[in-house]
Every structure is written in C-alpha cells, then in structure tokens.
Design a protein around this ligand. Structure first.
Ligand code: PEP
Ligand code: MN
Length: 444
C-alpha cells in the first residue's frame, strides 16, 4: 500500500473534525487508547467480508440498522436488548420471506460521532460549537457541555466495549437461538396490528426447524446460532486510528473498533483525510453515496477503495430520497459497472427523506422510506444489478419519530415519545413492518 500509514490521513484536509482546546491532551488520549485491547478480531472481520461477497452475488441479504447516534446514557440493558431483539425479529422475517441467509449488522457499539451541517450554533446571541455526538461533546447548550473533551474518547471506547460484551454474552448464551424466538418478543408487539402476521412466520420457521432436525435425527445447533456484527460511521479519525492494528499472521492493517466502518456522505472527498484513512485498512467498508455526487466522483472512490477488486470489500450505500432516486441511481449503477470492480449495493432509504413538520419536528414518512426502497429494488433489477441489503435508522423502543406505518402515526403524535438527539428512527413496529414489506416486494 503505497505511502499509507494509520496516521497518513493527518496530512490531508479532514472534514467534520472537532477542534479540541488542547491538541496535546488529545494526542495523550489517542496514545492511551492505542494500548488498549481491540474490540473485534480480524477473524470476525474477514468472516463478514466473505458474507458481504455472497450478498453482492445475490446469495445473501444484509440487514444493517440502529440509532442515528448512540448516546452514552443509552448504554443500558433494556435499550441494547431491544435493539438486538428488533434486528433479530426483522432478520427472521427476511430469512423466512426471502429464502436466503441474512447477515445482521448493528449501527452499534461505536456510533457515537455525528457530522453536522454547521460547526457553530447560535441561540439568543450566544454561539457555541455544535453537538457532534457523545464521543466529542455533550448536547446541552452550555460552554462546559459543548467544549470537545478528549476524555470522551475513552468513555466511548468503554461504552462500545460494554455494549459489545453484553451482545456477545447474549448471543453466546442462546438468546439468539432460532429455536427460541420467543426470547425476542418485544412487550409492545403483542398489541400491534402486525402481531398475528409475525407469529405466523415464527410458527412456520419453528415447524421447518423441527422438520430439518427430524430429518437429521438430532438438534442442529448450527442452524440455531446467529452471528451479529457491528458498524459505525468512521468519522472521528483519531478514534479510528487508535484502534488500527496489525495482526499476527496477516498482512495489512485492520480497524478493530468495529467490523464494518463506513464513510459518510459529507466526508467522502476523494482527496480528503477519511478516504485516505479508509483505503489502507483491510476491513470491509461502506461509503454513502447520493445526490450531489457525480458519477466520476463515485468511480474514483471505487478505484481508490477497492483497487484489487476484492470481493466483499466495498459497499456502496445509496441514499437519494424517494423523489430523486429514479433520476440518480440508474446512471450510478452504469458508471460503477464501467469500472469493472465488484461492489455490494445497499439502500439507505432514511437520509434522503428527512423533512421538518409544521410543528418543528425533524421526521421521515414511512411511505417515502418504503417508496425509495421499492424503487431501488426495481431499478437494480431492471439494470441486471442487485440490491443486496438495506440500511435503517431504527430502535427497538416505542418512540414516535417517523410518521406513518400500520398504526398511522401522524405529525401530532410525534410529541408523545420523540427521543432522538439527531435523526428520526423507525420505531419497533415500523421497523417490523418495513421487513414485512421488503418480503412482500422481493420474496419468491
Ligand atoms: C448517518 O448515517 O447517520 C448519516 C449522517 O448519513 P449520511 O452520511 O448518508 O448523510
Ligand atoms: Mn442519521
């Protein structure tokens, strides 16, 4: 890898970085973090890469989802468990309906840093730095909270480690066993208009599993165990650099803070620090692409980030918005095809569909999210390409942030449980319904 090191990004312009009061304190913290153990292993990272290669060929489907931004206070048992539950439930619907294995990837255990449209925020004549996620500063509009503090990097690493430790324990102890999907039931699903449809799928899968085991003559543990991977936007390059390691018996460098880091739309500059950092790590990586990016730009990203055409290496996550995808996506698919390089296509139907209601809430409409998804499936199919996965902002909790869906949430309902500090998420019921609608669209 010519001239690349874990710090070579520092010579490039880095968008969306915080300005710390003391560079020295920041560097001391990065040095400390560099000595702590990694959060994931290169084996897991390579296993995910092979699964993504299968998804690119249409033999598997990827479900990626979680909060827009995790916050430190939400590192608690019920919130983590509910997120795991909704992703497991959605994946069960997808496995059953698409007749394909599903790879589950959380936006979790490190999704703590956010890009912002402005560096500063002014309220009543007072100007302070914008909130950039708990990894950088706090959300309260006070000088103390908004001043970037490097100690937060250590807290973020700690929260990520605790989250991942809990997820690993749950998955290993049988919580994620397909033989016991009743463990994943969310209390509120019982009262949902979707409860019966979901239960029918659970019963049918349970029946198939018993049938297979009867044929095999014993319990098939391999069928029961699910894997779970983590991802976050690799935005805070000092944090990512500190977890970038060489691994015995392997060549190259891995970012071991997460299995799947991605580059956000606002930091995908070809000559910028983020692309420089990402080109040198061996993880599978994502890049968000959408309106405002030329086809030449995306072609250059493909060449820089996957020069050897490695299967499973590069995911292009498109996010245009329901009204723009029909114009933007076909040309992009053709342009990427012209590079001759393989990519996995995924659709993020959330970030192009954000709007503000008359009562001041940032929201997204269920019908627009679904429309972008359905158009994506169709456009890929028409062009002989393949949409191999979806990327959602969602939560396992009963929030009211997006409007629409089976329960018909309206704008006036948003006030009841609007909890996100950044972007609006699908609630458990809207997320479950989205999985059902994907199956209705794409199932055999
Ligand atoms: C996000 O995924 O939260 C995000 C900021 O997305 P994008 O980079 O696509 O705007
Ligand atoms: Mn977001």
């Amino acid at each position: 890898m010519n001239d690349w090191t874990p710090t070579s990004w520092q010579a490039r312009p880095a968008a969306q970085q915080a300005t710390y009061p003391s560079e020295e304190a920041l560097n001391r913290m990065v040095a400390q973090l560099s000595n702590l153990p990694p959060l994931v292993t290169s084996w897991e990272v390579e296993a995910l890469k092979s699964q993504l290669a299968e998804a690119a060929e249409g033999r598997r489907f990827v479900l990626q989802g979680g909060d827009c931004a995790e916050n430190f206070d939400d590192c608690s048992s019920p919130i983590i468990t509910n997120k795991l539950k909704i992703l497991l439930q959605m994946s069960l619907l997808l496995v059953h309906g698409l007749r394909k294995p599903v790879t589950r990837v959380g936006r979790i255990a490190g999704q703590f840093a956010k890009p912002r449209s402005a560096d500063l925020e002014t309220r009543d004549g007072v100007t302070l730095p914008s909130y950039r996620g708990d990894l950088v500063n706090g959300p309260d509009f006070t000088e103390a909270d908004r001043t970037p503090d490097p100690v937060r990097l250590m807290r973020g690493y700690g929260r990520a480690a605790m989250t991942l430790n809990f997820i690993r324990a749950l998955v290993d102890c049988g919580f994620a066993d397909l033989h016991h999907p009743e463990n994943w039931n969310l209390e509120f699903v019982k009262h949902s208009p979707l409860a019966d449809d979901y239960q029918r799928v659970v019963d049918s899968l349970g029946g198939s599993l018993r049938f297979m085991e009867t044929l095999a003559g014993s319990r098939v543990d391999a069928l029961g165990r699910v894997q779970f991977f983590t991802s976050h936007e690799g935005l805070h390059l000092h944090y990512e650099q500190a977890q970038t390691r060489q691994v015995p018996h392997r060549t190259g460098w891995y970012n071991l803070s997460t299995h799947l880091p991605w580059i956000g739309l606002r930091t995908a500059d070809v000559d910028g620090a983020h692309v420089e950092y990402f080109r040198g790590i061996s993880n599978p990586i994502g890049v968000k692409v959408g309106s405002g990016m030329s086809t030449e730009w995306v072609q250059a990203l493909v060449e820089i980030l996957n020069p050897d055409d490695e299967p499973g290496r590069l995911i292009l996550i498109h996010r245009y918005g329901a009204g723009k995808i029909a114009d933007g996506l076909p040309g992009l698919i053709e342009a990427v095809r012209a590079t001759g390089k393989r990519v996995l296509w995924m659709c993020d139907p959330m970030h192009g569909n954000t709007e503000t209601t008359s009562n001041g809430y940032k929201t997204r409409r269920f019908e627009n999210i679904l429309s972008e998804l359905e158009q994506s499936f169709d456009i890929h199919a028409e062009l002989g390409s393949h949409l191999g996965g979806v990327h959602f902002e969602l939560t396992g909790d009963d929030v009211t942030e997006c409007v629409g869906g089976a329960r018909g949430l309206g704008e006036a309902d948003l006030v009841r449980a609007y909890r996100t500090q950044v972007d609006p998420r699908l609630n458990y019921e809207q997320a479950l319904e989205m999985a059902m609608r994907i199956v209705r669209k794409m199932g055999p």
